[in-house]
Write a protein that binds this ligand. Structure first.
Ligand SMILES: Nc1nc2c(c(=O)[nH]1)N[C@H]1C(S)=C(S)[C@@H](COP(=O)(O)OP(=O)(O)OC[C@H]3O[C@@H](n4cnc5c(=O)[nH]c(N)nc54)[C@H](O)[C@@H]3O)O[C@H]1N2
Ligand SMILES: Nc1nc2c(c(=O)[nH]1)N[C@H]1C(S)=C(S)[C@@H](COP(=O)(O)OP(=O)(O)OC[C@H]3O[C@@H](n4cnc5c(=O)[nH]c(N)nc54)[C@H](O)[C@@H]3O)O[C@H]1N2
Ligand code: SF4
Ligand SMILES: [Mo]
Length: 882
């Protein structure tokens, strides 16, 4: 870990699982590059991965264990947790304890947590945020294949002749895969891409056909496809006969619900000719991959939707061969690792089942325990209901922020508020969830810990340590091991380092396996410390038959069902459970933006990632906007039966009429009222338990405060007196978007209250018009600015933001300061489009106009924009008018 030494590790964000080269610098910063030897990314990184170096500072880190807000030594914290757990178990039984963990801990952490809970506490009340993420995909695979197996590899995506991307905004959420596909399509223009998404997303940039279907209607579309394949004679009858069962029932269900194109068109609200185009493409192309994620999974019928997709692949025998198959993308960096260790409350470790007596016996013997849980535990939503009802008396939350990310989030908050014991393992000191913790345990963050993760294509990679954890932060596996030992389970938790855990995990996967379970790491079961340290990325299964790993599953068409045949499942399409009504006429769709990761605890630290979309917003179609009296750039209140939020209005015809889109990223730490999950109903898929995060009936109306404004300040300040506020970290300044419902009586006094009096104040008041503008300068450096107006028509923040990097303001800058716009000879780069090189919209527009640029390459040559991670290419194309 010496300085200037480059360490090969992996990105801690999405399930692409990119290899990263991290080089700590003498000044404490870390330089980041894509690892060209890593098979997932071959050197590429997206905007979030490229900015990792900006996220490793220690500001706002949780550095010490705390009980009731007071710092305590580790020993006391661990003793208290274990004693209280044991007391509660003694009084109320093991089911009174719950763990809520995450696809963002390493496999070694995950294995240890699962072993403690299921194996030794003796309850399966351990669930994970992956329940909200891909539990429907897991359930779908298991129904079809008898195992939770993602059959394909990334290379298959590049070699496919048709990619059907449904319910996935790959361009923003799995950007490096999107870039690999972009490159493949450039190399082989005959490759076709169909995007199925109610919204027009950046992913549509590669689409030959975009199907903006009615939200929730995917199963009808794929049932219709199955029916079409039969009608038009595209079935693989040999494959169906020899390797599948259930075809006729599946076809019958498809015929009933989607028997002809007009019927499909009526449900999906897609033009008939577009449906036919899609069906023809699918039917006539052998090498097809259907790639799906949250638009399919997060649904009250997500499991059925995934089986409606898998059915079409089985009917055509299109899996187990190069460039074919149903490919569910995992979201989190170690969502797949979580599946391996049985992180979900209805799984046992190593792809075994709690309720299968043979599995139960095997794992009991392997772990040498007589306490192994005998029943499935509560799934995420139920787990927090149980907390709320007092059935679960102690909950341990690790590496997830449920007060922000679970549906009906205010109910989750209330449940935690009244829970007897809330333990939270976190890297950050202030999150919406840590605020409710009785005991806080400081966790080592990315770069400070060591272990493995598994990506979407089943590839295990080593995430290596290159930084020393600050304060007393410790890796999660260590924390769990200490608690387990103190609870009395020393013998079962002898782990001293991550490799000890990994070896046991690999051995369990191999234990009495003999080809009966797909998840098999027998080839790594005796891995030495040294080999683990050097472990190169490898795809499971890793066994004697496949010592170098396995790129593709089911090449022999043997499935993990009792008769070895894949199952086709009859699907009766169901539209979302919660219907719109006169009171709540719009569908709230939620998801991600390009440059933020979930609740922003990490990406929010990186200045360049905050510039792309700095404020919480609602995207709405122009017709709906007009209908509800909304103006672009103004504020709106969006509300459901459960809660409300206030967000900026973005009017765009990329949004489907009748539905609105709101990103998931803002919390009470970053905005006054923008936790979208406070609005989302906690209705779930009956099989997977995955919540319907993409379909909540809402209403919308303008939010009209008396004044709007913003403050840019070199130092963080409190603006919580404003009715609306958003806090954004900028380069050498903090940006606060604010609005208030009460007139500001003395704007100058008010401004000084926020920005202080020590400095030279320049200000301008037009009391009658309700306008106030002020700046404070200290030693000729800009300290802060305040702009207030009766409406949202305020100067752009970009030029003023630029002034904070200036060591000394020029006369022109001072002169223009209160205008908020550059004078002659000065430039405003505009809203940032390319976050890697900080290139703004105005700069781009000017370069395009002046230089008569016509292509993304020309822009890249001139301004570098789009040449690093490529995530902004769809936006560059829009500016070019393509
Ligand atoms: N930038 C960024 N990347 C991320 C993350 C992040 O926070 N930020 N998180 C990671 C994680 S954990 C995950 S799970 C993945 C999620 O990756 P994605 O699933 O790609 O992301 P989402 O934005 O949640 O939703 C995908 C799309 O589903 C569409 N959709 C909504 N309803 C329907 C429907 O009924 N049918 C269809 N076909 N589509 C529908 C939405 O309009 C949206 O565009 O992203 C990962 N990558
Ligand atoms: N409405 C709606 N809701 C959604 C979704 C949606 O699309 N729509 N998507 C859902 C999905 S797919 C997901 S995956 C979830 C994500 O939701 P969350 O899991 O709640 O989001 P994160 O912000 O990633 O939370 C991870 C937390 O772990 C901390 N952390 C990071 N590294 C470590 C570590 O190594 N150890 C420990 N102990 N802590 C660590 C971070 O600081 C952060 O606070 O949101 C879900 N909620
Ligand atoms: S695509 Fe981006 S966020 Fe995902 S693993 Fe790669 S660099 Fe990280
Ligand atoms: Mo996720």
């Amino acid at each position: 870990m010496g300085k200037e030494q480059t360490i090969q590790t992996t990105c801690p964000y999405c399930g692409v699982g990119c290899g990263v080269l991290a080089t700590p610098q003498a000044d404490g910063t870390v330089s980041i590059e894509g690892d060209s030897n890593h098979p997932a990314n071959l050197g590429r990184l997206c905007s979030k991965g490229s900015a990792l170096g900006e996220t490793v500072d220690h500001g706002n880190r949780l550095l010490h264990p705390k009980i009731d807000g007071k710092r305590v030594p580790w020993d006391e914290a661990l003793n208290t947790v274990s004693r209280k757990f044991n007391d509660i178990i003694a009084k109320h039984g093991p089911n009174a304890i719950g763990f809520y963990v995450s696809g963002q801990i390493l496999t070694e952490d995950y294995y240890t947590a699962n072993k403690l809970m299921k194996g030794f506490i003796g309850s399966a009340n351990i669930d994970t945020n992956s329940r909200l993420c891909m539990s429907s995909a897991v359930a779908g695979y298991k129904r079809a294949f008898g195992s939770d197996s993602v059959p394909c590899s990334y290379e298959d995506l590049e070699q496919a002749d048709l990619l059907v991307i449904t319910g996935s905004n790959l361009a923003w959420c799995h950007p490096v895969i999107f870039q690999r596909i972009r490159q493949a399509k450039e190399d082989r223009p005959e490759m076709k891409v169909v995007v199925i998404d109610p919204r027009t997303t950046a992913t549509c940039d590669l689409a030959d056909l975009h199907l903006p279907l009615r939200p929730g209607s995917d199963a009808s579309l794929f049932n219709g496809l199955l029916n079409y394949l039969k009608k038009e004679d595209y079935l693989d009858l040999d494959f169906l006969e020899q390797h599948t069962e259930g075809f006729s029932a599946a076809l019958k269900a498809a015929k009933t619900s989607a028997g002809n194109i007009p019927q499909v068109s009526a449900v999906t609200e897609l033009p008939e000719q577009d449906i036919i185009k899609f069906y023809q493409l699918f039917a006539s192309t052998e090498k097809v991959i259907t790639l799906y994620s949250q638009g399919v999974n997060q649904s009250t019928s997500g499991t059925d939707k995934s089986n409606s997709i898998i059915n079409c692949h089985l009917a055509t025998g299109r899996l187990g061969k190069p460039a074919m198959g149903p490919f569910s993308m995992t979201g989190q960096p170690n969502a797949m690792g979580g599946r391996e260790v049985g992180g979900l409350s209805n799984q046992l470790a190593a792809h075994m089942e709690i309720t299968n007596p043979e599995h139960h016996d095997r794992v009991s013997r392997f772990w040498e325990t007589d306490r192994l849980a005998t029943e499935n535990g509560a799934k995420a939503v139920d787990l927090f209901n149980d907390v709320g009802e007092g059935k679960i008396k102690a909950v341990w939350i690790m590496a997830t922020n449920p007060v922000v990310s679970l549906p009906d989030a205010d109910k989750v908050k209330a449940a935690l508020e009244q829970c007897e014991l809330v333990v939270v393992s976190e890297c950050e000191s202030n999150t919406d969830t840590t605020e409710l913790a009785d005991i806080l345990l400081p966790a080592a963050a990315w770069g400070e810990k060591d272990g493995t993760v598994t990506n979407s294509e089943r590839r295990i990679s080593h995430q290596r340590q290159f930084l020393i954890a600050p304060g007393e932060a410790r890796p999660d596996w260590w924390i769990i091991t200490q608690v387990a030992r103190k609870m009395g389970f020393e013998k079962a938790f002898p782990f001293e380092k991550p490799v000890d855990v990994f070896r046991e995990h690999a051995r369990l996967s191999a234990f009495e396996n003999n080809g009966s379970r797909d998840f098999d790491l027998s080839g790594l079961a005796e891995i030495s410390d040294e080999a683990y340290e050097k472990l190169a990325p490898i795809q499971w299964p890793v066994s004697d038959n496949a010592p170098a790993g396995t790129a593709r599953l089911f090449t022999d068409y043997q499935f993990f069902t009792p008769n070895g045949k894949a199952r086709m499942v009859p699907i009766e399409p169901k539209l979302p459970e919660n219907k719109t009504s006169d009171d709540y006429p719009l569908v709230l769709n939620t998801g991600r933006i390009r440059d933020q990761w979930h609740t922003m605890t990490r990406t929010g630290r990186a200045v360049r990632l905050n510039a792309h979309i700095p404020e919480p917003m609602v995207q709405i179609h122009p017709v709906d906007a007009q209908n509800w009296g909304l103006v672009d750039g103004a504020l709106a209140q969006v509300s459901s039966k459960l809660g409300k939020m206030i967000v900026r209005v973005v009017i765009t015809d990329e949004q489907r009429p009748g539905s609105v889109f709101v990103p998931i990223h803002w919390s009470n730490q970053s905005a006054s009222l923008a936790r979208v999950d406070a609005l989302v109903a906690a209705v779930v898929d009956p099989i997977s338990g995955q919540p319907e995060s993409k379909h909540t009936p809402v209403k919308i109306r303008p939010y009209q405060p008396v004044w709007h404004g913003f403050i840019l300040s070199r130092h963080p300040i409190s603006v919580k007196d404003a009715n609306y506020w958003v806090k954004v970290r900028g380069g050498q300044f903090w940006r606060y978007e604010i609005a208030g419902e009460q007139e500001i009586q003395h704007p100058d006094v008010w401004a000084q209250k926020h920005l202080g009096t020590n400095g030279e104040w320049l200000d301008f008041i037009d009391k009658k018009a309700g306008r106030y503008r002020a700046g404070i300068i200290v030693g000729n450096r800009l300290e802060g600015v305040v702009f207030v107006a009766p409406d949202h028509d305020l100067p752009a923040r970009s030029w003023l933001s630029q002034l904070f990097t200036s060591p000394s303001l020029t006369d022109e800058e001072r002169y223009s300061l209160l205008v908020g716009q550059p004078g002659k000879g000065q430039k405003d780069c505009g809203a940032i489009v390319c976050s890697c090189f900080g290139v703004g919209e105005n700069t781009l527009k000017e370069a395009i106009a002046v230089g008569k640029l016509t292509s993304v390459d020309e822009i890249g040559n001139k301004l570098n924009a789009g040449t690093n991670c490529g995530s902004c290419i769809p936006e560059l194309k829009k500016l070019l008018g393509h």
